[in-house]
Design a protein around this ligand. Structure first.
Ligand code: GLU
Length: 445
């Protein structure tokens, strides 16, 4: 059952909200907000139904253990103070410390952070790393804040929530709108307050501060590996295949670059500013260079601008949604033509859309498997910080390859055995792994 507390506040939704990717869907001429946490609950319930597990244990593992909300005062460059709403949700610590990124985005809200935190629990369980799940968020537009303002906001976030974090408690990482510099400020603030350096309190740090080689490419590399495994399974020859990617940030651009290296031709690319198309294939390496300079894909030579909506429904073999949640809904799912959807983003497909894609026999590699490369290398970073010895990039990539291939095969086997989708298979696998530790540990009460 979708949780009441998880539903987003009811208010009129404007056209602007829709344009900016707010979580809404139109039904019978009414615009209804989609609760992202409600979506996770539906995914969980669909998988739990197929498992023979004690319902009280299921109830215990499905609900976030702790949600913290804070209002942070931050001094702006002009000397004024501004308030920022901030969240940290720890969904589970059953399998290990809570783990998950911090998002800086104007649309962050409790519903979304709770959803993202629970996906982290299931994601860590799918790749079998010893972490629970968490997520943080701050309602802000990082592109409109100066470096100084971002630094003060980050430090205040850590200071206010200091008690939650720690290498054995809760270990943040980057997410949408945050990156290595913000993780460096996070590590420094936490360390100053502890009076010694604590690199393992956060992952996704710059390499010189204890970050792991391969971490910045890890999510995209994981998307590439799982797409390659999926292509093998449906006998799609990647060197003759075509693709479209929605989102050209860290995940979208690196997934596209690595798949491009395997011969995949990207015909469509979209970012927040719009979409581009080239029937002969877009040179992804050149596009990455272009975006570094221009901050947008628009205007890239040898491409024409097309409607953003056309990217997900493009006539290509592989579609990679690598932006935000609720992009594939019951509205556009009937028009999707690809063979594989590789979810680089968290929660890009609604449960209603999943049913449609299932009927159309489109193979969806679910987020909790497809984009798990990021948190997997975060785990490697945490391990390296704790042993104080660093691996080569080849070593990191080899271990990532091993984890992703194993997770893909575990999920596929679970799905085939239960005659279900990869998403439900992945949830079944993850729930089984979490339930196993809960049974061993017992519920302390
Ligand atoms: N934010 C990333 C995710 O959604 C990475 C989390 C982490 O490394 O802890 O998976």
């Amino acid at each position: 059952m979708p949780q009441k507390t998880g539903s987003v506040p009811k208010r009129k939704t404007s056209k602007r909200d829709i344009k900016h990717g707010k979580n809404v869907v139109s039904r019978k001429n009414k615009t209804i907000p989609i609760s992202v946490f409600g979506n996770v609950m539906k995914q969980f319930d669909a998988a739990a139904k197929k498992l023979n597990t004690d319902s009280s244990v299921l109830e215990f593992i499905k609900i976030p253990r702790r949600s913290t909300i804070a209002n942070l005062p931050v001094k702006m460059d002009d000397g004024s103070f501004k308030m920022f709403k901030a969240y940290r949700v720890q969904h589970s610590i059953a399998r290990g410390p809570a783990k998950g990124g911090i998002r800086f985005h104007p649309n962050v809200n409790l519903d979304e952070v709770q959803a993202l935190a629970s996906w982290m629990t299931w994601k860590c369980a799918v790749v079998n790393i010893p972490f629970g799940g968490a997520k943080g968020g701050v309602v802000c537009d990082p592109f409109k804040l100066s470096n100084g303002e971002l630094e003060r906001l980050t430090r205040r976030y850590v200071a206010d929530m200091m008690n939650l974090f720690g290498p054995d408690d809760d270990v943040p990482a980057p997410d949408v709108g945050t990156g290595p510099q913000i993780m460096a400020w996070f590590m420094d603030t936490y360390s100053m307050r502890e009076n010694h350096s604590v690199p393992a309190v956060v992952t996704g740090k710059p390499i010189t501060l204890g970050g792991s080689l391969g971490r910045s490419e890890a999510t995209g590399r994981g998307v590439m590996i799982s797409t390659r495994e999926a292509a093998k399974y449906i006998k799609l020859d990647l060197s003759r295949s075509t693709a479209a990617v929605q989102g050209f940030g860290n995940v979208g651009s690196i997934s596209a670059k690595l798949l491009h290296e395997l011969g995949v031709k990207f015909l469509y690319v979209a970012d927040v500013h719009g979409a581009i198309y080239n029937p002969k294939g877009i040179d992804i390496k050149k596009l990455i260079k272009y975006v570094e300079k221009e901050k947008t894909i628009i205007g890239f030579p040898d491409s024409k601008t097309v409607k953003s909506d056309s990217v997900l429904t493009a006539p290509v073999d592989i579609v990679i949604p690598a932006a935000l949640e609720n992009q594939i809904t019951e509205k556009n799912a009937p028009n999707i033509k690809c063979k594989i959807i590789a979810e680089g983003a968290n929660g890009p497909t609604t449960p209603e859309a999943d049913k449609i894609l299932d009927k159309k026999k489109i193979l969806v590699i679910p987020d909790i498997l497809c984009n798990a490369g990021g948190v997997t290398v975060s785990y490697f970073e945490w391990v390296q910080n704790r042993i104080g010895y660093f691996w080569t990039e080849e070593e990191v990539n080899r271990r990532l390859e091993e984890k992703m291939v194993m997770a893909f095969s575990d999920v596929l086997n679970m799905a085939l055995k239960n005659k279900t989708s990869l998403r439900i298979g992945a949830f079944m696998l993850a729930i089984t792994r979490v339930v196993e530790v809960v049974h061993l540990r017992g519920i302390y009460s």
